[in-house]
Design a protein around this ligand. Structure first.
Ligand code: SAM
Ligand code: ZN
Length: 307
């Protein structure tokens, strides 16, 4: 685990810093957390209420990413993360960088909340040499995969609704892709000037598969809701809508259908059965919105860990 990541971690009981001794992360108050032999640490203060995505779903998601079916989303996120205004670069008070030397990145780690197998985090780390990244997910199967996603990445099991085991202001770039958002915690862990990149599915995402596989519809108004909830402590800094149509095999269509929220109700047998009645080539819409927010430092913002 990179030292910058360890320095950014906090004890889930009291928010104090952690040190790594052998395979144990410990805080000065005596709380101890073993790292699993697969490399991830579990930083929780009470037993998890739910285990997040099971291994079968994580493996399905990994196959979809590896097949390049979501390349558009990968490219969109990495381009935003690597753009000078996106990766925690300080652009000065008026944001005008014309003629100025290359800006220094804000200190702090990259963190992907609800990272799944860490595929997006790995792509962003590839685009940002020298930075370190932390994948957080409530699923142990996800953390097991994410711990190996990149040599500058580490993975932690934590429930975002219980608070993030990260020190206040220790993150300069926060990623959140199709995953739950605890906006108070996002505001707390992001350094002022740090960036939050949120990717949400658009209503047309996987539209062609919805009836066939019984997928849940994507809610409309997601972006507005996001902007309202992030109002406190964040400034909206633009959004990018992207969409494409890909052509896939019936089995790839089934894996796309089974990798999201509805995947919990779709086991392999059912996916294969439904795939068997699809034509040889299936057109599928991939559509998402990437929204960018900058952490402001308004007076009166709570900067302490809640609870
Ligand atoms: C739809 S998946 C997206 C994964 C990844 N960002 C991607 O797009 O490939 C949502 C992820 O959020 C995780 N998750 C669900 N509830 C969570 C919670 N309360 N705290 C942390 N992670 C959670 C799930 O385990 C799952 O890996
Ligand atoms: Zn402690």
């Amino acid at each position: 685990m990179q030292s910058s990541i360890i320095d950014a971690l906090a004890c889930p009981h009291d928010g104090r810093g952690l040190v790594l001794e052998g395979r144990v992360l410990g805080c000065p108050m005596g709380h101890r957390f073993d790292r699993a032999k697969q490399g991830y640490a579990t930083l929780i203060r009470r037993p998890l209420a739910h285990g997040g995505d099971p291994a079968a779903l994580i493996e399905r998601r990994l196959r979809v990413h590896d097949a390049g079916l979501l390349d558009l989303l990968h490219r969109t996120l990495t381009a935003a993360a690597a753009a000078p205004t996106a990766a925690g670069w300080d652009t000065g008070p008026d944001g005008d960088r014309a003629g100025s030397p290359a800006p220094a990145p804000l200190p702090g780690i990259i963190c992907d909340v609800g990272a799944g197998p860490g595929t997006y985090l790995a792509a962003v780390l590839d685009a940002l040499p020298g930075r370190s990244g932390l994948a957080i997910d409530v699923s142990r199967a996800a953390a097991r995969r994410a711990a190996r996603c990149h040599d500058r990445a580490a993975a932690v099991v934590a429930d975002v609704w219980e608070g993030l085991p990260i020190r206040t202001g220790a993150v300069s770039l926060l990623l959140n892709v199709f995953a739950p958002r605890n906006v108070d915690e996002f505001a707390r862990v992001l350094a002022p000037g740090g960036q939050l990149l949120v990717m949400t599915p658009a209503p047309r995402h996987l539209l062609e598969l919805r009836d066939h596989f019984g997928l849940l519809a994507v809610g409309t108004g997601k972006e507005d809701g996001l902007r309202t909830r992030l109002g406190r402590g964040f400034e909206a800094a633009g959004s990018d809508r992207v969409a494409t149509t890909i052509t896939v095999s019936p089995m790839q269509a089934a894996e796309l259908a089974g990798m999201g929220a509805s995947g919990h109700h779709l086991d392999e047998e059912l996916l294969q059965l439904r795939a068997s009645t699809l034509p040889e080539r299936v057109s599928v819409t991939i559509a998402a919105t990437l929204s960018r927010f900058v952490r402001t430092d308004r007076p009166g913002m709570a900067r302490e860990r809640p609870g």
